[in-house]
Design a binder for this molecule. Structure first.
Ligand code: FE2
Length: 301
């Protein structure tokens, strides 16, 4: 049997919901993304990095994730991952094919145990990175709420090749697909939904300047600024006009694959949660919005 392979990096996320396309200005003017393509039913944005798009909004009747995009280093790896999913008994939603999202490429989609749609792709046309202060470069990580954390963790680890980086008590698990400490994290919840999407900034100054731009435009962080203990990353959380939680972050630590041992981080030590002690714990209102709205995903018939 061929050696197991894993996804290579986190590329993009597209959200869906009622009226989400009407929030386009918020994402370009306030959040700092660049609109790259407007379609009748969907919008796509890029960051200042090389991905042809990192974020999207698709009109739909339910609020949640349209799909999470993962990068594969080659077409051969897309085909190999497709075979690997099929051998693991995971039914893909389609066969590998030429994609029509911005940048094109070659990929396929499948669902995780919560019926979240995932797209795996290679060969998308890359853009030239730009240096622009306080504009998001790429998606840093996505945190998913799940009622079946162990099963979802097992899928990301054993079928998609993620590694466990750390745990936050018995509540969260942080998963990496590259040297970055986490690209996906899972959070125990009574139903499946999106917790938040984090956008990567060049450094802590850019995070602060991003907060400044948001404040100037009338919106203070809903939580933060602070610095998380687990991956040592500065954070500031905001709520989008559609009620999605989004985060500015930077400097998520790299993990040494050879020596890293997952730890269980306490949720009772304030400094483990909030290194600078500037943010304090999230308010009940913030926790409620991070619990998200139940997302039925895309059940395979
Ligand atoms: Fe985060």
């Amino acid at each position: 049997m061929a050696e197991a392979i894993g996804v290579d990096w986190l590329r993009s996320i597209v959200m869906r919901g009622k009226g989400v396309m009407q929030t386009a200005d918020f994402y370009s003017k306030n959040w700092g993304l660049e609109s790259v393509e407007k379609r009748d039913d969907a919008l796509f944005f890029r960051g200042t990095g090389s991905e042809p798009f990192i974020y999207g909004l698709r009109e739909d009747t339910v609020y949640g994730i349209d799909f999470i995009g993962f990068g594969m280093a080659s077409r051969e790896r897309v085909d190999a991952l497709h075979r690997q999913l099929s051998e693991a008994g995971v039914r893909s939603l389609d066969q590998p094919h030429e994609l029509t999202t911005p940048g094109g490429g070659y990929g396929f989609s499948a669902t995780d145990p919560d019926d979240r749609r995932l797209v795996f792709s290679a060969d998308a046309v890359q853009s030239t990175p730009r240096e622009e202060m306080a504009k998001p470069r790429k998606i840093s990580h996505v945190v998913l709420n799940t009622p079946r954390l162990e099963e979802v963790q097992d899928f990301y680890v054993n079928v998609l090749g993620f590694r466990v980086s750390d745990f936050s008590a018995n509540q969260m698990v942080f998963l990496r697909c590259s040297s970055l400490h986490h690209s996906i994290a899972l959070n125990r919840n009574s139903y499946s939904s999106v917790n938040h999407v984090a956008f990567d900034m060049s450094d802590v100054d850019a995070v602060m300047r991003g907060i400044g731009r948001m404040k100037t435009l009338g919106q203070a962080p809903a939580w933060g600024p602070g610095r998380h203990g687990v991956a040592d990353n500065p954070f500031a959380y905001f709520v989008s006009p559609s009620g999605f939680v989004i985060e500015f972050t930077s400097d998520v630590i790299d993990v040494d694959e050879a020596t890293h041992k997952p730890q269980v981080w306490s949720r009772h030590s304030p400094e483990a949660m909030d290194v600078w002690l500037t943010a304090g714990p999230p308010t009940p209102a913030m926790r409620a919005v991070m619990a998200g709205r139940p997302d039925p995903g895309f059940p395979v018939p």
